[in-house]
Design a protein around this ligand. Structure first.
Ligand code: ADP
Ligand code: MG
Length: 712
């Protein structure tokens, strides 16, 4: 149950209860109090479950089922099954061992089993006498003397009592609202639906929905599954009825995001349309021309910032695609218009690298680049904050420190966030609120995690998307090999050879779900071992427990080619740029996600030299682990890898848990339903023409309240 369901405004109840007779109004206008058995007291309890209207009852879906539609033969039962049997009591006795209990031996001609009761009355014991016929429903367990049922539900068999023809549904319930009541309410709601089904809001004749049941049929199936249905497919969501509902929910979600994007247009921001040639002068300083993709994306950003309503753009570009240059181009446009730019990176190392680049590029052009990190001394910090507040710093580079309350910009026009997956929603919002009063800065969010197009259109429908789909020229693809961990001695030899040729090498130590300190220890051990086996090699070590100054020192020595080998934990995962490094070793590669491996591997292959990535693994490999390493060996394309990651590990891996967690679906599951997303986009576009349809879908699935989604 999403929070939005419970967050609906109570005014809706009032409006609905004024609704006319059941026959005339649609089910989302019909208050729950119109159903039999629902007075004000029950209605209040139901509202706690998010149920205010008859339509809400239909969208309050079962979480599990019991199959009482058929009688099973005792001889065929397996422990763990929940079944109904019809049996005759053979022996019934009260035994007193550890506990006083009533044991009934029962059979149906195909086999026998024991019923065990710990709580029972004298009368009950007597009623279960030899020869009595009963119907029992319970889970079957393994007991000391064969299969048994503990405290089964049972009824005495009268003449040809009929069985239900659908599975029994169990709903999320609450105090004062039990299963029986929920079943009665759904029966009534389903009955009303027969006469007048809830509005079909998707174009049912669309080809995209071919093969799926209509909404009414899907709801009927989910609430009252016919006997013989594949229950597992209902529970895991793969049944077409649930898929039909998931599609509709995803369409509603996409429409909600698109609407949010429209609403953003109501905000004001500075028009950035400089007339000068700062951008041209910046490009001239780079020492290389922009790639076609960089030029295209720069034009997209320029167009976005020209508008008086805020741009919110996600820039995706594979590792090494050259996002920093694009960020600098955007910054140049903004600065030339007399507005400030903030650039924020998730780690000190990355922020420092941006600082180096931006200082080198911009200071000769007369633009002052400010610096704000958590590690600044009090005095330096005060100076930095003053320069920002007075507008002296045209560009400010920093870490999370930029979010802090006392950091006030003179006139922030553009906020650039690098490696966005490392930041939470609130942090980005904090930067968004640092604009001039009444204005929202334009935002450029950069990510090196390529997101498959279909997934991006659903998860980030509220953002403008730009893609850097071309690498700078002269890159040689990284050659990737998988090597069993026991052969690390040979790997060391290979490292020594590469270093003898003047190349530099990364060795990445990874431990999954272990503490920072364990990671650091492992890296220390590895670094010692490497130093012992190659005393001539200049080795450095960075891990999360070093002070940022120490880290910076090691990194800059490595950058200046004064270290040959850098042993590191995954702190170097994103952004670090050393073109002369051409060999990378990654430990425990089989335990990392593809996207993360790809990020790490992107640290090499940045120069002209042929680069190699050695994936060390612990044998034996599982089939999937094998498959994953194969993908890494066979492709360098981040988008292909993201597609594979999506199918192997799901959307969480691709988007980061924060992003998927932000959208809590009632039925849909971005991982499981990835293959529905194409259909979802088509259908959502089809509904867009009808504002009433859009509103109704959003109300049905998301609720009336405005919802803040992850990406704004
Ligand atoms: P990422 O997209 O991973 O942040 P970077 O911005 O760090 O990539 O760029 C990676 C490397 O490519 C840097 O060394 C950068 O100077 C270089 N680079 C960027 N754009 C170009 C270009 N158009 N031509 C040549 N090299 C480029
Ligand atoms: Mg980068």
């Amino acid at each position: 149950m999403g929070p939005a369901m419970t967050a609906r405004s109570p005014s809706k109840t009032k409006k609905a209860s004024r609704a006319d007779t059941p026959a005339a109004s649609s089910l989302d206008q019909l208050a729950i109090t119109q159903l039999n058995g629902v007075g004000d007291k029950v209605a209040a309890k139901l509202s706690g479950l998010g149920i205010l209207t008859v339509q809400d009852v239909l969208f309050h879906l079962p979480m599990r089922y019991q199959d009482r539609t058929r009688i099973r033969q005792v001889g065929t039962l397996l422990a763990g099954e929940e079944v109904m049997v019809e049996v005759e009591v053979d022996v019934s006795e009260v035994v007193i061992r550890r506990r006083r209990s009533l044991l009934c031996r029962v059979s149906d001609g195909t086999g026998s089993l024991t019923l065990r009761f710990f709580h029972f009355s004298q009368k009950q014991a007597a009623s279960l006498a030899r020869g009595t016929r009963i119907r029992c429903f319970s889970e079957v367990r393994k007991g000391p003397a064969g299969l048994e049922m503990v405290h089964p539900e049972y009824t005495f068999v009268r003449e040809s009592e009929s069985l239900p023809d659908s599975l029994t549904a169990f709903y999320p319930a609450t105090d004062g609202v039990n299963q029986l009541m929920l079943r009665k309410l759904t029966d009534q709601a389903l009955g009303l639906m027969e006469k007048r089904s809830p509005a079909e809001l998707l174009p049912q004749d669309s080809e995209a929905l071919a093969g799926y049941p209509n909404l009414a049929t899907a709801l009927k199936t989910v609430h009252r599954p016919p006997a013989g249905i594949d229950v597992d497919s209902l529970l895991d969501g793969s049944h077409v009825a649930l898929q039909r509902l998931a599609i509709e929910e995803l369409v509603a979600h996409r429409l909600g995001l698109l609407q949010q994007r429209l609403r953003r247009r109501d905000n004001q921001s500075a028009v950035i349309a400089p007339a000068g040639d700062l951008l041209e002068r910046l490009i001239a300083r780079l020492g290389f021309p922009l790639t076609g993709a960089q030029a295209r994306v720069t034009a997209e950003i320029r167009e976005g910032m020209r508008s008086a309503s805020p741009m919110l753009r996600l820039l995706q570009g594979d590792v090494g695609a050259g996002k920093t240059v694009v960020a600098a181009a955007a910054a140049a446009l903004c600065v030339e218009s007399g507005m400030q730019v903030a650039i924020m990176a998730p780690t000190e190392i990355l922020a420092e690298q941006h600082l180096l680049n931006f200082t080198e590029w911009f200071e000769p052009l007369g633009v002052e680049v400010g610096w704000l990190s958590g590690k600044l001394g009090a005095r330096a910090r005060r100076d930095a904050i003053e320069a920002i507040a007075l507008g002296r710093s045209g560009i400010v580079v920093g870490t999370h420190a930029l979010f802090q309350q006392d950091v006030e910009f003179s006139n922030l026009g553009l906020a650039i966030v690098d490696e966005q997956h490392r930041f939470g929603v609130h942090q980005r919002m904090a930067l968004r609120n640092k604009g001039v009063a009444g204005q929202v800065p334009h935002q450029l969010i950069m990510t090196a995690t390529p997101i498959p197009r279909t997934l991006a259109m659903t998860a980030y429908a509220d953002l403008d998307l730009s893609v850097l789909d071309e690498l700078p020229p002269g890159r040689t693809p990284v050659n990737t090999v998988a090597v069993e961990s026991s052969r690390r001695g040979e790997v060391a030899t290979r490292i020594a050879a590469a270093i003898a040729e003047g190349r530099q090498v990364y060795w990445v130590c990874t431990l999954i779900e272990e503490s920072e300190s364990l990671q650091a220890e492992a890296a220390e051990d590895t670094s010692l071992w490497l130093q012992e086996s190659m005393p001539q090699v200049r080795t450095g070590l960075v891990h999360g427990r070093l002070k940022s100054q120490e880290k910076e020192q090691v990194m800059s020595l490595f950058k200046q080619c004064q270290l040959d080998l850098l042993v590191a934990t995954t702190v170097i995962e994103v952004g670090v740029d050393v073109p002369n490094a051409s060999l990378m070793v990654i430990e425990n590669a089989e335990r990392l996600g593809l996207s993360q491996l790809h990020q790490l591997r992107g640290r090499v292959g940045r120069g002209a030299a042929a680069s190699t990535c050695i994936l060390l693994y612990q044998a034996p490999l599982t089939k999937t682990a094998h498959e994953r390493l194969d993908i890494m060996r066979n492709t360098n394309d981040g988008f292909v890898i993201a597609e594979k990651d999506l199918s192997l590990r799901g959307a969480g891996e691709v988007l980061g848990t924060r992003q998927t967690g932000a959208a809590d679906f009632r039925i849909a599951d971005l991982s499981r339903d990835a293959d529905l997303l194409g259909v979802v986009t088509v259908l959502a576009d089809g509904v867009l023409d009808s504002p009433a349809g859009v509103a109704a879908l959003i109300r049905r699935w998301i609720g009336d309240e405005r919802r803040e989604y992850g990406a704004v």
